[in-house]
Structures are given as structure tokens and as C-alpha cells.
Design a protein around this ligand. Structure first.
Ligand code: PAF
Length: 291
């Protein structure tokens, strides 16, 4: 019924230009409507759909950005291989009830190179920050631009990119954006594999292997041993599976992302992992909350 009513009043609009986006949003804001933003890089899946549905429930207008941001890719091959599926993305977004899709070109967003430098250690210097230098700088560049264009009341991010949320929270504080960050839970497939756009790049065999990542982390949850032994169990068990190689497994405080040595160090403890899967290989990230 809701979709029928919505269809009568408003059809999802796809916008490519910043000026058009801003003018449409100015009208909505003048009508007192609240705005939710879901930033994405496209190749959308059920995880993204859950963010969009949540935004549609909590805001009058939902804007979804679909922009494969080059400045956050330190590996150009990774950018080249990233799946691009705008037509299918728009279909899914329409079904989810999004109002506006913002799908700009690279030159629209970066007519000049973005020379701004963001630095929020330790959140952006450990784990992904250490292994993908410049990655979070690129994320902050694009997310700060999107926040400025859209001026959302709420912005929705998947907890799958656990570290990204911690970095964006620091940026929001630093730049004084007046909005609420809404973290949304990881959506998993039946065998536990976290939904990710990169899963589309896995062969069926690699896809089966990848399910071991969360299985092993979940097993480690019930071990009840020291932090170091839990860490070693996860790394050794995953590395023992041919086709999987752990890049890092850090057991950290869920806010500062600093390593913890003991379960008593914090009441918010998360294990964050990155694993290379298969021959290409595809880099997969995941996390588990211990406390
Ligand atoms: O999480 C992502 O997909 C991207 O890092 C984001 C937040 C859309 C910025 O490009």
C-alpha cells in the first residue's frame, strides 16, 4: 500500500549534478522535511538495502549516493575491478523506497584534485589505515563533500566497515557537521559471510571458503581464553585453510580502536579482521563483537 501511495506522489529521481541535487533538497528542507543520506559506491546488495529501508522509515526524504570514489583506492587495480551496476542499483533503490539517487561523475565531484588532508589517529592509522595508506583520507574527502551537499539530518553506514564509522565520527566532530551517524548491523548470508560488494568477485569455491572467516571468529567467541590466545586461534585456524590468508586480526577497543591486552581493558571490545581469499586474491573484511 505504502509503495502504491508513494508511486502516486513521487517517483525516484536520479540526479547527476550537485547544483540540481542542492536545489531539489532546498525545496524539501523549506517544506520542513527531514533528510536521510545513505552513501554508497554502488554494486548494491541486501546490506545496502537494509540501510536504505531504515533511512526511509526514519526520514521524510532518503538520498542514496552512488559514487565509486577514486580517492579512497590506494590500489588502482582494486578500483578497476570494482563492480559497476548502476541500472540494477537503481532498481533495488526504487524497491527500497529511496527518493533521490545522486550518481555524479568523477569530474563533477573532483573538478580539481582534492588536496585536503584528514588525520584522526589512532582510528585512521591502525588496521585498514596502516595497510591501505590514504584510504581513510579519501573516505573523509568524499563523505565530507556529500555531507556538505546534502546536509542530511541522519547518515547511515553499515557496521561491516566498522573502522570507517569510527573515522567518520571523528571527522563529524572535527568539522562540526550537525547530523546523526546511524550505524546499521552487518547483514550476513545464511552461512555467516558478511554481505559485501566484493563477494561478487569471488568464484563459487572462494565464496564457500570465505564463510570460514566468520565461522572461526564465532568459534573464538566461545573459547574464553586470553586476548592473545583468542587472537592466535583466529589467525592460525584461518591460515590453516588453503586459499585464505589473514592480513591482520586486531582485538581493539570499539571506540578508540586501540589494541586491548586483556578482556578487562574495556567494556566495548571488537575483533577486526582482513583476509585475502582465493587466487586473485579478493580482500575481505569482517568483525565480531566480543563485549
Ligand atoms: O563504505 C563505502 O561504501 C564507502 O567508503 C563510502 C562511505 C560510500 C565512501 O565512498
Amino acid at each position: 500500500m505504502r509503495y502504491f501511495v508513494r508511486f502516486l506522489i513521487q517517483v525516484m529521481q536520479v540526479i547527476n549534478e550537485i547544483a540540481v541535487l542542492q536545489s531539489v533538497l532546498t525545496t524539501f528542507r523549506a517544506q520542513g522535511k527531514t533528510i536521510g543520506l545513505v552513501p554508497t559506491m554502488g554494486a548494491l546488495h541486501a546490506g545496502h538495502a537494509s540501510l536504505v529501508r531504515r533511512s526511509v522509515q526514519e526520514n521524510d526524504i532518503t538520498v542514496v549516493s552512488v559514487f565509486l570514489n577514486p580517492t579512497q583506492f590506494n590500489d588502482k587495480k582494486d578500483l578497476e575491478h570494482y563492480p559497476r551496476t548502476l541500472d540494477a542499483d537503481c532498481e533495488l533503490l526504487d524497491q527500497c523506497g529511496a527518493d533521490l539517487v545522486f550518481a555524479p561523475s568523477v569530474s563533477e565531484i573532483y573538478p580539481e584534485p582534492d588536496t585536503r588532508h584528514f588525520s584522526y589517529p589512532p582510528t585512521d592509522s591502525v588496521m585498514e589505515g596502516a595497510f591501505r595508506p590514504g584510504h581513510f583520507n579519501g573516505v573523509c574527502q568524499i563523505v565530507s563533500k556529500l555531507f556538505s551537499y546534502v546536509q542530511p539530518d541522519r547518515a547511515y553506514f553499515g557496521e561491516k566497515d566498522f573502522q570507517q564509522i569510527a573515522v567518520i565520527r571523528r571527522m563529524v566532530e572535527d568539522l562540526g557537521f550537525d547530523l546523526t551517524i546511524v550505524p546499521c548491523p552487518v547483514i550476513r548470508q545464511e552461512d555467516g559471510l558478511a554481505m559485501s560488494s566484493r563477494n561478487a568477485l569471488l568464484s563459487p569455491e572462494e565464496r564457500t571458503l570465505a564463510a570460514n572467516i566468520y565461522r572461526v571468529m564465532k568459534e573464538s567467541f566461545s573459547l574464553q581464553t586470553s586476548v592473545q590466545a583468542t587472537h592466535d586461534y583466529v589467525v592460525d585456524s584461518i591460515n590453516a585453510i588453503s586459499g585464505l590468508k589473514v592480513q591482520y586480526y586486531n582485538i581493539v577497543d570499539g571506540k578508540s580502536l586501540a589494541d586491548v591486552d586483556s578482556w578487562e581493558d574495556s567494556d566495548d571490545i571488537v575483533g577486526c579482521i582482513t583476509v585475502f581469499c582465493g587466487a586473485t586474491p579478493i580482500r575481505l573484511i569482517d568483525h565480531i563483537r566480543y563485549k
